[in-house]
Design a protein around this ligand. Structure first.
Ligand code: HPA
Ligand SMILES: [Zn+2]
Length: 336
C-alpha cells in the first residue's frame, strides 16, 4: 500500500503554467482559437527550453486559449485537483493579469474565474487558497501601477502581489512605487529574484520592495553575506527544482543547491512553478529531489513544515497549527 502523500503548502505556482496540453486543446476548440500545433504530442515536443525567455514565449502564446471566466475557473480547478492528489493542503496561487488584459480579456473575467475556483477548493478538494497577483517585470512600471488600480474592486480576492517574467535587465527597484502602493493597501509582497538575475536583485527585492518571501533565490548562494542575512531574518525561499533544470538555471538535478541551502540554515520550500511545462507537480518535485539529492523522510518533513511556516496564514493561525500537526502525524514509512 502506498503511503498517503506528505501534507504540504505550495507557495510558488503560476496558474497559467498549469495549462496542460489536453486542456489547451479543449479550450482552443471551445473558443475557436487556432493553435500553431497539430496535436498535444506536437505541443509537448516544443517543451524543450534553453532558458527562461524561451519558456516565457510559449507560456504567453498558449494563454490565447484562455478567454472566459469559465476557462479560468476550469484551469484553476484542474490544478487544485492534481495538487490535492499530491498532498497539497494550502496553495498560494500566482496569476499574471497583464498577460490577459493586454490581449483584451478584462481583469474582472480573470480574477472572478480564478476566485470562483479558489473559493470552492476547500469543499471540493480540501485545499485552502490565497491568490497573488504578479506584475510582469518586462512591462513598464506605469503598466504595473495601472494594473494595481484595476485590482482595487477585487481586493477581497487578492492576498498579495508578486513580480515575475524576464528577470535580467529588470531589477526590482523599477517597481518600488507599485510595491509601496500595494503595501499601503495591506497586500503581502513577494518577488522572483535570483532565478537568472544576480544576488543584488535578491537584496533589492528585500530592501526596496519590502518582500516577505523570495521566489527562487538560487543565486543568493553566490553571496555568503546575503545567505547569512536570509538565515538571520528567516526569509523563506520558494525553490522549484524541476523548473530550474528545465530552464537550465542548473545543469542537472544533482547540481541543485537545495540540500546546500537547507544545510546553510535557509528556510527553503519545494514548489512546482509551471508544472504543465516542467515535468511535474509539487509531489513530483519532492520525489525527484528526494531521490537525486538523497533527502530522507525527516528532511522531506522539514520541507513540508517550512512550507506551512512560510505560508500567508497569519489571519488563520489555527489552520497553520492544524496543518503542522498533520505533518507531525504523517505516518513514517516502515521501510525508510
Ligand atoms: O519561472 C518563472 N520565472 C519568471 N517568470 C515566470 N512566469 C511564469 N513562470 C516564471
Ligand atoms: Zn515562478
Amino acid at each position: 500500500m502506498a503511503l498517503p502523500a506528505l501534507p504540504k503548502a505550495e507557495l510558488h505556482l503560476h496558474i497559467e503554467g498549469t495549462l496542460e496540453p489536453e486542456l489547451a486543446f479543449a479550450l482552443a476548440a471551445r473558443n475557436g482559437v487556432p493553435l500553431p500545433f497539430a496535436d498535444t504530442e506536437e505541443l509537448r515536443a516544443a517543451y524543450d527550453f534553453a532558458d527562461l525567455q524561451s519558456f516565457l514565449d510559449l507560456y504567453y502564446a498558449l494563454m490565447a486559449v484562455l478567454r472566459t471566466e469559465q476557462d479560468f475557473a476550469d484551469l484553476a480547478d484542474a490544478y487544485l485537483e492534481r495538487a490535492a492528489a499530491q498532498g497539497v493542503r494550502h496553495a498560494e496561487v500566482f496569476f499574471d493579469p497583464q498577460a490577459h488584459t493586454a490581449r483584451g480579456v478584462p481583469f474582472g473575467t480573470v480574477v472572478e474565474g480564478l476566485g470562483r475556483a479558489l473559493e470552492g477548493a476547500e469543499e471540493r478538494h480540501g485545499v485552502s487558497t490565497r491568490l497573488i497577483m504578479c506584475f510582469l517585470r518586462d512591462q513598464s512600471a506605469e503598466s504595473a501601477l495601472a494594473t494595481l488600480e484595476e485590482a482595487r474592486p477585487h481586493l477581497d480576492r487578492i492576498t498579495g502581489v508578486g513580480l515575475d517574467s524576464a528577470e535580467v535587465g529588470h531589477p526590482p527597484a523599477k517597481f518600488a512605487e507599485v510595491f509601496a502602493a500595494a503595501a499601503e493597501l495591506g497586500l503581502r509582497r513577494v518577488a522572483h529574484a535570483g532565478e537568472e538575475g544576480p544576488p543584488e536583485y535578491v537584496r533589492e527585492a528585500l530592501d526596496v520592495l519590502g518582500v516577505e518571501r523570495i521566489d527562487h533565490g538560487l543565486r543568493a548562494m553566490e553571496d555568503p553575506e546575503l545567505v547569512a542575512r536570509l538565515v538571520r531574518e528567516r526569509v523563506p525561499l520558494t525553490l522549484c527544482p524541476l523548473s530550474n533544470v528545465r530552464l537550465r538555471a542548473v545543469d542537472t538535478l544533482a547540481d541543485h543547491p537545495l540540500r546546500a541551502m537547507m544545510d546553510a540554515g535557509l528556510l527553503v520550500t519545494v514548489n512546482s512553478d509551471d508544472p504543465a511545462y516542467f515535468g511535474g507537480y509539487v509531489g513530483d518535485n519532492f520525489h525527484a529531489v528526494a531521490g537525486v539529492l538523497g533527502l530522507g523522510p525527516e528532511e522531506q518533513r522539514a520541507l513540508a513544515r517550512n512550507s506551512f511556516e512560510a505560508a500567508f496564514l497569519e489571519d488563520d493561525e489555527e489552520r497553520r497549527a492544524r496543518y503542522l500537526a498533520e505533518v507531525a502525524a504523517h505516518p513514517r514509512d516502515p521501510r525508510a
